[in-house]
Design a protein around this ligand. Structure first.
Ligand code: SF4
Ligand code: SF4
Length: 716
């Protein structure tokens, strides 16, 4: 659970988690095997279409929650079930405690339920002197340790078998061995008696089907079946978001849920319960069943045009499985009760902004969660929106306010960059890096060397570089972003060199500036909007076929976020639609539009590996073009492990959380070095900065270059 009061304390907690080698190794191993398992489980399925179908089912359900609830209640009651509506967590706990009292239940067994974690149900039951025993193996372990879950599907993933052995030795009073099969047997033996003695069983529900009043439970251990069948009273606690119109909808979700959660085509047990049934433990031979349907802000969420998509979540946990930050620090530091990307969001809605305010800053915006989400939720977009709202309510930190003000004023921003060129002189080496950082930065940021500002920005070179094209077939405008303009102008020059000779007329509108992503990442949405408008106006007058950018992050931001930023202003919306539709990343332009041919390049056979920028492979869904360009340009492409995993840059993220950035970079560079490549290529100046600085700090001889630079070098 999240305890830190402020960002400084939170960073302290993150450091502790980073020092836990077992946690990191376990989560690393799991992340690698999960990815392979999931890919295999989905291999014969059109995943995107399935996600689209689930999103549509859940959106329709969210728009219809009141009617679905009434229908579900009517049909469940007709089948002999008592249905209760719980306004909030307290209400849900009160209802369940009252059911326990009315049914004279003293002993309770529970199967895993995130909704029960959300309401802190166990605490409420224990306050009433009721005995509650978790029966899911992982949940039982964390209950015995008085901890919260560290993963939605695998709650005790953070613990080793040695820790479990010690725990079980304490619990049973007998020495146990660190053997997983034996430990499972211990748990089974201890828990069996609890099922038999229990008066009440509490489960969650994965589905609540309105047309029949049926609930569905998806589990692997079989404990939910015992919990829902053996005791004389069964209570199922579920969120309103579990309501679906029919069985077909549930089966559609079931196609994705286990595949996304654990890479299984189906879990071991899928249980459907419709109405009261026989129970030998009950005096009248009939089980008493109660469904408690929890709102806790879900109805309000359903009415919000932006946030309603949160209710598409099917609790598969995949957004944690692929999150590079979760992989480093685990769920206790990347969530409160719900964890991973959806955890950052649900913490805000269910547990308040105080619990969420640090968490929502700990997202590197890599989009891995969005890419994999079973409900197609724009998780990073919502996390940023929440960050903005919290800052709007609580006040914006000075650094982000200042950056916002500077970026909105292009002339001031560029003047500052030009001044920085002079200010850096005493610290600048002659190899393009700052020689030493001021002491205040050196401690946390020494894991990578920082680049110097270039002698001459690209915009000052442009008048001499601009080629005259007699009969252009295409007209393009170049968008540089601030890094390529002021730090790496040679990347832009490489682009110009590659486009030359292909009858492409090029322009570089001088009023362009930073794309605005850095301020968006800092929760400065208003400043990001102003910067967007400034850029769109800079390109408004030209009749360009394409706006080409060599920065994957700029490309993704210009293409996907500008329209969202100006929503509500029809004139700007139309400007944004026109602007964004013409934006294209360099690799797609060179490969798909120019169709550069191997005959234009010398074959050098230089061994080149590749880092796929998050905003290219996931933000723009571009995968093959850069790799094919590497081969086209006469280099030998060597695939790197985890090529599409984030390098740890994330713009301002690497400044705010340098320990996490350093660790992500370390893993990336280990993989790069293992390829034996001479050069590491990528499509984003931010990634170049991170990777080049990291290799320099390691003293590695591997060169880091933009794909365009390597191609320009080999151009005949
Ligand atoms: S965008 Fe990346 S870092 Fe952020 S929550 Fe999603 S997976 Fe994690
Ligand atoms: S947000 Fe998406 S990926 Fe995360 S648990 Fe929910 S459905 Fe799964």
């Amino acid at each position: 659970m999240q305890k830190a009061e402020n960002l400084k304390e939170y960073r302290g907690e993150l450091k502790e988690a980073l020092d836990n080698d077992f946690l990191r190794t376990t989560l690393d191993n799991f992340a690698v095997s999960y990815r392979a398992g999931r890919a295999n489980a989905f291999k014969d399925i059109d995943t995107k279409a399935l996600i689209g179908e689930i999103a549509s089912i859940k959106d329709k359900a969210a728009a219809n929650l009141d009617d679905l609830y009434e229908e579900f209640k009517r049909n469940a009651e007709a089948a002999g079930v008592h249905v209760h509506y719980a306004r909030d967590a307290e209400d849900a706990n009160r209802i369940i405690c009252e059911i326990a009292k009315a049914t004279r239940s003293r002993k309770i067994v529970k199967s895993k339920s995130m909704t029960a974690e959300e309401t802190l149900l166990n605490h409420a039951l224990e306050d009433e002197n009721l005995e509650v025993v978790e029966t899911d193996l992982g949940e039982w372990i964390i209950q015995l340790r008085h901890e919260g879950p560290s993963h939605m599907v695998m709650p005790a993933i953070h613990l080793s078998r040695y820790q479990v052995k010690d725990l079980f030795t304490d619990v049973t009073g007998k020495k146990q061995e660190p053997d997983i099969e034996k430990l499972v047997k211990v748990a089974r033996r201890e828990l069996r008696q609890k099922y038999i003695e229990a008066d009440m069983g509490i489960t969650g529900a994965n589905f609540a089907i309105a047309e029949t009043g049926t609930i569905g439970l998806v589990t692997n251990e079989g404990n939910a079946r015992l919990v829902s069948t053996l005791p004389r009273v069964h209570v199922a606690l579920m969120g309103l978001d579990k309501l679906l119109p029919d069985m077909h909808s549930a089966l559609t979700i079931l196609k994705a849920l286990p595949r996304n959660a654990t890479g299984q085509a189906l879990t071991s047990y899928v249980t459907w319960i419709t109405g009261e049934n026989e129970c030998l433990a009950a005096s009248d031979g009939k089980k008493e069943i109660h469904y408690v349907v929890l709102d806790n802000g879900r109805s309000e969420l359903a009415r919000d045009p932006l946030f309603s998509q949160v209710l598409r979540c099917v609790r598969c946990g995949a957004c944690a499985n692929v999150c590079p930050v979760y992989r480093l620090v685990g769920g206790h530091k990347m969530g409160h009760i719900y964890i991973g990307a959806i955890g950052l969001i649900l913490t805000y809605f269910f547990h308040g902004k105080d619990k969420a305010k640090n968490l929502v800053q700990n997202c590197i915006n890599c989009e891995a969660c969005k890419d994999i989400c079973a409900g197609g939720i724009d998780l990073p977009g919502i996390i940023k929106e929440i960050h903005t709202r919290i800052q709007d309510e609580e006040g914006h930190p000075l650094p982000s306010l200042l950056l916002g003000k500077v970026l909105k004023n292009r002339k001031l921003f560029h003047t500052l960059l030009r001044s920085a060129k002079w200010a850096q002189k005493p610290m600048a080496g002659d190899d393009g890096f700052i020689r030493h950082l001021p002491m205040v930065f050196a401690r946390d940021h020494g894991f990578k060397a920082l680049p110097t500002i270039a002698e001459k920005p690209f915009r000052d070179k442009w008048p001499d570089l601009r080629p005259d094209v007699a009969n252009p077939k295409l007209s393009v405008a170049l968008f540089s972003g601030c890094v390529q303009d002021f730090v790496y102008p040679e990347q832009m020059e490489a682009c110009v060199k590659l486009l030359e000779g292909h009858d492409v007329n090029m322009e570089f509108p001088m009023e362009q500036s930073c794309c605005g992503l850095p301020v968006m990442m800092m929760g400065e949405k208003k400043a990001a909007r102003d910067v967007a408008v400034q850029n769109m106006r800079a390109f408004q007058s030209g009749a360009y076929d394409y706006i080409v950018t060599m920065c994957a992050s700029c490309a993704s931001h210009l293409k996907h976020n500008y329209l969202k930023l100006v929503k509500g202003n029809p004139r700007l919306e139309s400007l944004a639609m026109d602007f964004s539709s013409r934006v294209i990343d360099f690799s797609s332009f060179a490969h798909d539009v120019l169709k550069l041919d191997p005959s234009e390049f010398r074959v050098t056979g230089t061994r080149a590996t590749y880092h796929a920028p998050c905003h290219l492979c996931r933000g723009l869904d571009v995968h093959d073009a850069p790799r094919e360009l590497i081969r086209t340009a006469g280099l030998e492409y060597r695939e790197c492990d985890e090529e599409e995993v984030c390098c740890g840059f994330g713009g301002t993220f690497s400044m705010k959380f340098p320990e996490l950035s350093a660790e992500l970079l370390r893993k990336k560079l280990d993989n790069v070095e293992a390829t034996g490549a001479d050069v590491l290529l990528t499509d984003c100046p931010g990634c170049v900065m991170q990777l080049r600085g990291g290799l320099k700090a390691r003293g590695s001889s591997i060169k880091v270059r933009h794909v365009a630079e390597a191609m320009a070098d080999n151009r005949k």
